[in-house]
Each structure stands twice: as C-alpha cells, then as structure tokens.
Design a protein around this ligand. Structure first.
Ligand code: AMP
Length: 215
C-alpha cells in the first residue's frame, strides 16, 4: 500500500478522509495534532509545555512535532501503510521527514493535496465536533456529517466535544499559517514527483473516490 502525506488547510477533511482510508484499507493514521492533544490530555511535561501554544492556534516547534512523529513512526505497525496527517507543516519539516524515512528505511509514496477556500474551511471548523473516545469526527452544520443524536457519538455513545482551537480568531491564525508555511510544500512534493491534486469540492464520499484513484 502507498504511504500517504495529506496537505490541506485546517478543517478541509484530512481527518474524515483518513478515517475512511483506515476503515477500508487498514491504514495507520498518524495525526501529529492528535498525538500532541494526547500529550495534553495525559498531562505529560510535554503536554503542559504545548497546551497554550496549541490553544492559540500557532504551530508548536519543529523539534516537538518531530519528536512525537518520530516516536510513532518507529512502531512496527506502520509497515501496513500509513497516513501522515499534519506533518510536515513546513519545508523544514519536509526535509526532516526525508531524513527520518531514510533512517527508518520506509517510503513516502504520494502527497495528496485537498484544497479548500478560507470561508468554507472556517464554516467547517466552527461546526466541527469530535468523539473524545473513538475519535470519530462530525459536523453540526452539515447534514451528512451530523450525529444522529445531538452531541452524542453514533458509534460509542460518548458525549462529543469541540476543539478549543476551532474558534473564529484561532482559525484565522491557523489558516494564515497554512498559507504562508504549509502551502510551499506543494512545490516541494511536485518537484519530488509525488504530488496529487484532488478535487475536494464535493461530498466526502466523492473526495474519497478521487483519493482511491491515486493510491
Ligand atoms: P491539527 O489537529 O492537525 O489541526 O493540529 C492542531 C495543532 O497541533 C496545530 O494548530 C499546531 O499547534 C499543532 N501541530 C500539529 N502538527 C504540527 C506540526 N507538524 N508542526 C507544528 N505544530 C503542529
């Protein structure tokens, strides 16, 4: 199976598409945002250090993001195929990642770009709710992504939560960081010959079909 990197603005659907790929193809989904949020939830020293930075919408340092990623990529289950969701976030991280994959003797096969304009992404972010137990994502503003019962997970009946960084002000910071720091990765992976641009303007199922055609 092809190892995947997702490049997309915040709330463009990386998490939703990763969940679909995981369910259908048993991919290992590696979200640096989720790994960092776990550190915060567990109250580790690292979690305490990054809590305020993440709540502000800014990136944590390259060193910290790389530390959680390297730890996760060192586990043997990634041999089944993995999705990187949220790393790399800038060109420096892409260069670091090239070194890590060389050290670990693994490959990066396809960089999938999901585009989304700021207004649509903001609307999605403000409606986004997640299950803290099984991690399933929902959106209270989109009929096909609403939970059956308000604020309750369809799968495990846990009460849903919204992310502290999914508010209007913080979203603006995250989107601008994406444009300035993450979008240059499109040229980086185009030059590497692994960039695939996916039409993300339809439903999540339509986007998923397009993704399936490139993996
Ligand atoms: P996400 O869940 O991908 O939207 O990430 C949530 C937050 O985690 C980001 O706003 C950053 O503060 C932090 N984060 C996640 N991945 C990275 C990364 N690769 N580099 C720096 N910060 C990151």
């Amino acid at each position: 199976m092809k190892n995947i990197i997702f490049i997309a603005p915040p709330a463009a659907g990386k998490g939703t598409q990763s969940a679909k790929l995981t369910e259908k193809y048993n991919y290992i989904h590696i979200s640096t945002g989720d790994l960092l949020r776990s550190e915060i939830a567990e109250g580790t020293p690292l979690g305490k250090e990054i809590e305020n930075i993440m709540a502000s919408g800014h990136f944590v340092s390259d060193e910290i993001a790389t530390e959680v990623l390297r730890k996760r990529l060192s586990k043997p289950d990634i041999a089944n195929g993995f999705i990187l969701d949220g790393y790399p976030r800038n060109v420096k991280q892409a260069e670091i990642l090239d070194g890590i994959v060389k050290d670990l003797n693994i490959s990066l096969d396809v960089a999938i770009y999901l585009s989304m304009d700021k207004t649509t992404a903001m609307h999605r972010a403000l409606g986004r709710i997640t299950c803290p137990n099984c991690n399933r994502g929902y959106n209270k503003y989109e009929n096909i992504l609403k939970p059956k019962n308000e604020w309750i997970c369809d799968d495990c009946a846990t009460e849903l939560v919204s992310r502290s960084d999914d508010n209007e002000e913080t979203f603006g910071i995250r989107f601008d960081d994406y444009v300035n720091k993450t979008e240059p990765l499109l040229d980086y992976y185009k030059e590497a010959g692994i960039l695939k641009v996916i039409d993300n303007s339809g439903t999540p199922d339509e986007t998923f079909k397009s993704i399936e055609s490139v993996i």
